[in-house]
Design a protein around this ligand. Structure first.
Ligand SMILES: CC(C)(COP(=O)(O)OP(=O)(O)OC[C@H]1O[C@@H](n2cnc3c(N)ncnc32)[C@H](O)[C@@H]1OP(=O)(O)O)[C@@H](O)C(=O)NCCC(=O)NCCS
Length: 192
């Protein structure tokens, strides 16, 4: 069974480095996690300060020690700029080998293929190192860019989960589309 024990492995693609989030990333990440444009799609409340962002970084790194979450910072290799984050929000290995991903980029970096590139690297890691068989993503119906990107990566839309989570920004519940990609589908696409 895969165990990271709090050490986030560094991964690389042609333009990107996926690496552990550090305390000094807080000011930059606050620009994204404090931006309504980004967080409206994440079903989380906008973070209010750099300190809140630092607390979130520490929370996520702490959760990776108990194998409950794995979150990478996404860095542009060329400039070293931190442009967003991605990771496994949760995974269940025993009896399922299933994981759920989450991801976000600063708005200035949207539409340049960065997230599909980061996710390909992360998916490869999920299937081959973590031993996952099925990787899922939950997406708000109005998040057309994320849905488009998942389709490009070969994820299949499996249905609408009605009132699946409490709305973090206002009263009520939200519907989420369930997307999933199986290990054998991923391997097949890679062979093409
Ligand atoms: C979703 C997100 C990660 C996509 O990352 P990205 O690196 O910009 O992805 P891409 O460069 O592949 O661009 C997204 C695709 O959606 C398309 N797209 C963008 N806005 C769209 C819209 N309103 N309607 C339809 N398609 C749209 C783009 O044209 C592109 O498709 P293309 O390559 O065929 O032209 C990024 O937009 C983001 O961080 N959003 C905020 C956080 C978020 O939504 N996280 C995911 C929660 S499930």
């Amino acid at each position: 069974m895969y165990r990271c024990g709090g050490v986030i492995p560094e991964l690389e693609s042609s333009r990107l480095r996926l690496r552990q989030l550090e305390d000094n990333d807080a000011p930059q990440l606050f620009k994204y996690w404090g931006d309504d444009e980004v967080v409206r799609y994440l079903n989380m409340s906008r973070l209010e300060s750099v300190q809140d962002t630092l607390d979130m970084i520490n929370l996520l790194n702490g959760l990776s020690e108990t194998e409950d979450t794995l979150r990478w910072g996404i860095e542009l290799k060329e400039t070293g700029a931190l442009i967003g984050s991605c990771g496994f929000n949760v995974w269940q290995l025993a009896g399922a080998n299933r994981g759920e991903i989450g991801y976000d980029l600063g708005t200035a970096y949207w539409g340049r293929g960065y997230m599909p590139e980061a996710l390909l690297t992360m998916l490869e890691f999920g299937y081959s190192v973590m031993g996952l068989n099925r990787i899922e993503a939950l997406v708000l119906p109005e998040n057309a860019a994320s849905r488009r990107m998942l389709s490009k990566l070969g994820f299949q839309e499996e249905g609408l989960l009605r009132e699946y989570q409490q709305n973090e920004q206002e009263e009520g519940y939200i519907d989420l589309h369930l997307y999933a990609l199986l290990r054998r589908e991923f391997a097949q696409r890679r062979r093409k």
